[in-house]
Design a protein around this ligand. Structure first.
Ligand SMILES: *[C@@H]1O[C@H](CO)[C@@H](O)[C@H](O)[C@H]1NC(C)=O
Ligand SMILES: *[C@@H]1O[C@H](CO)[C@@H](O)[C@H](O)[C@H]1NC(C)=O
Length: 351
């Protein structure tokens, strides 16, 4: 089904021409920027300094004055109410729960029958991200990547109770969250504080697990796509009747709702800057990001009382990157800014 080759050289040349032009423009911009480097540039005459002074636009402030910020327009508000009680919509990893182990080779002991996680990319399943949030320390467990042997400015969690039930002292309060192995207290990039502009309660050197819930019945591609609470986003474009119809077959849930999970250690080092954390997990083959994925359906084990009511609907797809990556604090700060710029903005970092 290959299209017959046509003579596209004319078009191509035009495209290359345009690309060439924009490259030149980009180059010029880069040079202009380089010249504006305050420490490097010689003192310029007063008038031209005024003209050339870069002014940072406060986009978050602009939003406040825009018609965009009219909450009446949020068609997804309250969408979660229709189904929250029926669906075990708690997309967080239930703890304790064996499904939290994403180590290669790990096989959960729960028989999920014929249920299959969605293993293609979410966009190929018409799912779009409807929310992004993260946790201090990881909820998932990947041996050698984020586990009880990791470290951070405040240590890590112990070997999980669900892995070693007999050893866990009764009533012992386990500090949530595993850590990656990157942290090095001798290396400044893990210890030098970052001047956060948008994120709160975050710390260089710490490990965070980011979740991007996706849904095929979110209001994908509109201003309402991202929602908080995220159930509003997951179920935005779905009526109760439609939900009841599809939930009859749990596979429909696993095929239409999925979460990306990716784990990062925050560094104060701009060579690890990734400008867009809104769209889902970062996939960058050069750094093995998003390339070693554990796929599973988030079935519930029944050990938690919360699971019973909803277990028949529970299975959503999880795609979790087994490896832990370093990322600059600025990447998260940019993400927080992007989140603040959504119609329903919320920054949630929970322990
Ligand atoms: C996770 O799974 C791996 C591979 O099966 C296993 O070696 C490891 O002990 C498991 N970890 C926990 C905490 O259960
Ligand atoms: C929402 O659902 C309706 C009908 O089910 C469909 O026609 C429409 O395309 C959907 N919109 C989005 C954004 O998915």
């Amino acid at each position: 089904m290959c299209p017959t080759p046509k003579d596209n050289t004319g078009t191509l040349k035009a495209v290359i021409g345009v690309l060439g032009l924009s490259t030149v423009a980009l180059l010029a911009a880069t040079i202009a920027l380089a010249m504006k480097e305050p420490s490097a540039a010689p003192a310029a005459p007063a008038e031209s300094a005024v003209a050339a002074a870069p002014s940072a636009t406060d986009f978050v402030a602009l939003k406040e004055t825009s018609i965009f910020l009219d909450y009446k327009d949020n068609v997804c508000a309250g969408a979660q109410l229709a189904v929250a009680n029926k669906l075990c919509a708690d997309l967080e990893v239930p703890t304790p729960q064996a499904g939290g182990n994403v180590t290669k080779g790990y096989v959960g002991d729960l028989d999920v029958g014929d249920l299959k996680p969605h293993t293609a990319s979410y966009f190929q399943g018409n799912m779009c991200p409807v929310n992004v949030h993260w946790h201090l320390g990881t909820e998932h467990y990947s041996y050698g990547q984020y586990d009880e042997n990791g470290n951070g400015p405040h240590g890590t969690a112990k070997r999980p109770e669900w892995a070693n039930r007999d050893l866990a002292a009764a009533g012992e309060k386990v500090r949530g969250g595993f850590h990656c192995h990157h942290y090095d207290e001798e290396d400044e990039k893990f210890t030098k504080p970052y001047d956060w502009k948008y994120c709160t309660n975050m710390e260089v050197g710490e490990t965070y697990e980011v979740h991007w819930p996706h849904s095929s019945v979110g209001d994908c591609g509109t201003v309402n796509q991202y929602q908080t609470p995220f159930y509003d986003g997951v179920f935005c474009n779905l009526s109760m009747e439609q939900f009841a119809a599809i939930a009859v077959d749990p596979q429909n849930i696993a095929s239409n709702v999925g979460v990306h999970g990716q784990v990062f250690t925050v560094v104060n080092d701009e060579s690890f800057f990734y400008p867009d954390m809104m769209r889902g997990m970062i996939i960058d083959k050069q750094r093995n990001m998003g390339t070693d994925i554990h796929y599973y359906t988030g079935s519930t084990t029944g050990t938690s009382r919360n699971n019973e009511m909803c277990s028949q609907y529970a299975p959503i797809t999880w795609q979790v990157d087994r490896q832990c990556h370093m990322i600059s604090a600025s990447s998260f700060d940019k993400l927080c800014q992007d989140m603040l710029l959504q119609q329903v903005s919320s920054i949630s970092a929970s322990a």
